[in-house]
Design a protein around this ligand. Sequence first.
Ligand code: ZN
Length: 481
Amino acid sequence: MKNANQPTNVFLEFHGAAGEVTGSRSVLRIGAGDANSQVPLRIMVDCGLFQGSSDSRAQNWEPTLPRPADISAIVLTHAHLDHSGRLPRYCHEGYGGPIYCTDGTAGLGKILLLDAAFLEEEQAAYARRTGYSRHKNPLPLFTEHDANLAIDQFKVVPRNVWQKLGENVSFQFLRGGHITGASLVQFAIGTGDISRIVTFSGDLGNDRSLTMRPPVDLVETDILVLESTYGSRIQSRQPALEMLGGIIARTLARNGVVVIPAFAVGRTQEILYMIRLLENKKAIPQVPVVLDSPMASAATRMFLQHSEDHQIATGFNGGPDGFLPRYFETTHSSDESMAACMREGPMIVISASGMLNGGRVLHHLKTRLPDARNSVVFVGYQAEGTKGRYLVEKGKEEGRVRIFHAEVPVEADVESVDNLSAHADQEDLVGWVGRIQRRPKKIFLNHGSKESSEALKTRLEHAFPEIEILPIHSQGEFRIS
Ligand SMILES: [Zn+2]
């Protein structure tokens, strides 16, 4: 006998981050196709941009499925553009419902979406001016107006409180530990003893960050959608602090300048705090530390406002246990940025972009690379085809790199501290699943390459033979109830 409260016809649809790490977009569809049910409830989890290869990015221009009119709510796990960057276009296409998120995600989302819209409009205008486009009239993927449409639809809700979305359907956010505001999202479908819990991990953090609190351990879930970005990899456990300290100390001792290409959200805050800790330990001298990236400064302010996500004892300019380096400076205008380029060492400069795709850091490198006293320190993954990847792999060997149409000699040290990822790796993911008190019957692995999700599947099956593991390699849907 079927109970009236029994959740029937529940489907999971994967519209992105299927066999790849970008374009996160899933839909939980409840109540479709049943003679008794009315219109199905469709809840979208994340609405991200496809990034990376041109084939992947081309998908951003296709009409977004499912149609905006069919979606009753969007739940956003975090502000990174591969999870949020398609919201402006989706709102432009007609989505007018709520976009549920945490306060931290709303704050960071506003910064990231407006910045992305600015770049889109600027690139389209440049392509029009120079004729550099296959299209007669190159258009931005979305405009500042579209970004504001999405931002106006943000509906901030607290973590750890169930929110009702419809008859017998509610959700709650739990700390994800990945970046400020990042959250897991749990849906409860049905009521009482026969309710089911479906959990989306979003991007999960790890417990090695010096700044971020780790993701919470789950009490229970029936179905888990788990990210697998680092499903095939185990990060080095060598302490990044000592590695960074050694490079900075050597450079400052020869009155050099340390240039750190920065990822504005997360990594920059981790680096600032590491410098502060190294100063406290007297592992490095106290020198001017210039943050030359307005977006990274905004993200740092946002980080400090959200103490629920980080583990820093005191805030801006705090005492000996404070967060920022002793002689910390930020720049605003491009004149101040240029002045920082010209200053004599010893000093440390943190500037965007992290993979040298553009931004102020290129000016710093043009000035600093030809001097052997200086160092460049990469603190994040350098994607194939980026200038950052070239400099790491070939910069010293070739002895030069092209910046702003000029050949720049590479005399400075080129270093990498590459175990600072804000993602959980294979070991972390298996450990996290193991700590779930009532473990899921089924785990879907998304947000990873085929190789990553298959490797994680093998590890998880070995550790938890009772769980069915399903790697998602292509877009599609699954019935889960
Ligand atoms: Zn992310």
